[in-house]
Design a protein around this ligand. Structure first.
Ligand code: SF4
Length: 310
C-alpha cells in the first residue's frame, strides 16, 4: 500500500521517467549570514551538511566553477551509475533567489542551457522573493519545469523565532499567496522542520492544512537535528532541550500525511546527518536507513493514508 504521494511519481507523471537532481552552487549567501538579519545563519543550519558546500566560498557571486562546469562534471557519473538521462539542476544551499533578477536570470539560464537539463529546483526563503524575482520565476516556469523549495520551516512564530529565521509566519503565508497569484506555473514545495521543543502539539496538522490551501504542489519534511557548529549545538550543550524519539516523530509525520491533501506530493519524510559524529541529537538521525525503515514500519502498522483527515 502506498502511504503517500511520492515526489518520484510526481516527476514521472511530468517527465515520463526517472529524473535526477544535479546539485549546483550559485555562490549566493543568506540574509541570516551576511549581516542583513544576522551573521551566524539560522540556529539549526550547518551548511557543510549540504553536498553543494564543498569547494565553494559562500557569499561570492563567482563560485570556483561556473554553473555549466558544475553540471558538466556531475552528469557523467550519474549517467554511468544510474543510467540517468534526464536531469534537474538543483540550487540547494543558501538562498538561491538572494540577488537581483538580472543576475539570477543569467544563473538559471546557464543551467537550462546545458544539454540534458530539463528544469530547475531552487531553494530559497520566504523573505527573498521580491516582485522582479517572482516575474522571472514565472517566465522560466512557462518554458521549463521549475520547482521552488520554499524554506518555511514552521508556521508557528515561537518556533521561527527559536530557529533564528528572522521572519515570521505571516511572511511565509504572504510569500505562498504571492506565488499562487503571480507565479502559478512554479511548482512550490514547502520545506518544514518538525520537532522543535517550541512546536505546539498540533503543529504538523496545522502546517498540512495551511499547505492544502496554499497552492503548493509538494512538501518536504525534516526532523529537528542538533548539528555541531550551529547555534542549536551551543544552546543544547548549555542547557539540553528535548528532541523527538523516532516514534514521536512518526506520530507527527502521520498527522501531517493524513491531513495533507492527496494531490500534494511528499518529497521526503526525514533527513539523516551527513556526518554522523557531528549530530548531537536525536541519536536516530545518525544512521541512514534505520529511521527510514522504522518510519515505513510505523506507517504500515497504522495503515496511514494521505488525505484521510484532509
Ligand atoms: S537555513 Fe537556509 S537561510 Fe538559514 S542560514 Fe541555512 S541556508 Fe541560509
Amino acid at each position: 500500500m502506498e502511504h503517500y504521494f511520492p515526489y518520484s511519481r510526481y516527476l514521472k507523471n511530468i517527465f515520463g521517467g526517472k529524473t535526477y537532481k544535479i546539485v549546483v552552487t550559485s555562490g549566493l549567501s543568506c540574509p541570516t549570514r551576511d549581516n542583513s538579519i544576522a551573521s551566524g545563519g539560522c540556529a539549526f543550519c550547518d551548511v557543510r551538511a549540504s553536498s553543494s558546500f564543498f569547494g565553494f566560498g559562500f557569499g561570492q557571486k563567482n563560485p570556483a566553477r561556473t554553473v555549466a562546469e558544475q553540471i558538466k562534471s556531475g552528469m557523467p557519473a550519474m549517467r554511468e551509475r544510474f543510467g540517468a538521462k534526464k536531469f534537474l539542476a538543483y540550487f540547494q544551499s543558501y538562498t538561491n533567489t538572494y540577488a537581483d533578477a538580472a543576475f539570477l536570470r543569467e544563473l538559471y539560464q546557464a543551467a537550462l542551457n546545458q544539454p540534458g537539463i530539463e528544469g530547475l529546483c531552487i531553494s530559497t526563503r520566504p523573505d527573498c522573493l521580491p516582485d522582479p524575482v517572482l516575474e522571472l520565476l514565472e517566465e522560466l516556469a512557462n518554458r521549463a519545469y521549475l520547482s521552488l523549495e520554499l524554506g518555511v520551516q514552521s508556521f508557528e512564530d515561537e518556533t521561527l523565532q527559536w530557529l533564528g529565521r528572522g521572519h515570521d509566519s505571516e511572511c511565509a503565508k504572504r510569500a505562498l499567496e504571492r506565488l499562487r497569484l503571480r507565479a502559478p506555473h512554479v511548482h512550490v514545495c514547502v520545506h518544514l522542520i518538525l520537532g522543535a521543543p517550541t512546536d505546539s502539539p498540533d503543529a504538523a496538522t496545522k502546517a498540512a492544512r495551511l499547505i492544502n490551501s496554499s497552492g503548493a504542489r509538494g512538501a518536504k519534511l525534516h526532523q529537528l537535528m542538533v548539528l555541531e557548529g550551529t547555534e542549536l549545538a551551543r544552546r543544547w550543550r548549555e542547557n539540553p532541550f528535548p528532541t523527538l524519539s523516532i516514534d514521536q516523530y512518526a506520530d507527527a509525520v502521520i498527522e501531517f500525511i493524513e491531513t495533507l491533501s492527496p494531490g500534494i506530493y511528499i518529497e521526503r519524510l526525514c533527513a539523516t546527518a551527513t556526518r554522523a559524529e557531528e549530530c548531537l541529537a536525536p541519536d536516530w538521525s545518525r544512521t541512514r536507513w534505520t529511521p527510514h525503515n522504522r518510519l515505513r514500519e510505523i506507517l504500515a502498522a497504522r495503515s496511514c493514508r494521505q488525505g484521510t483527515k484532509a
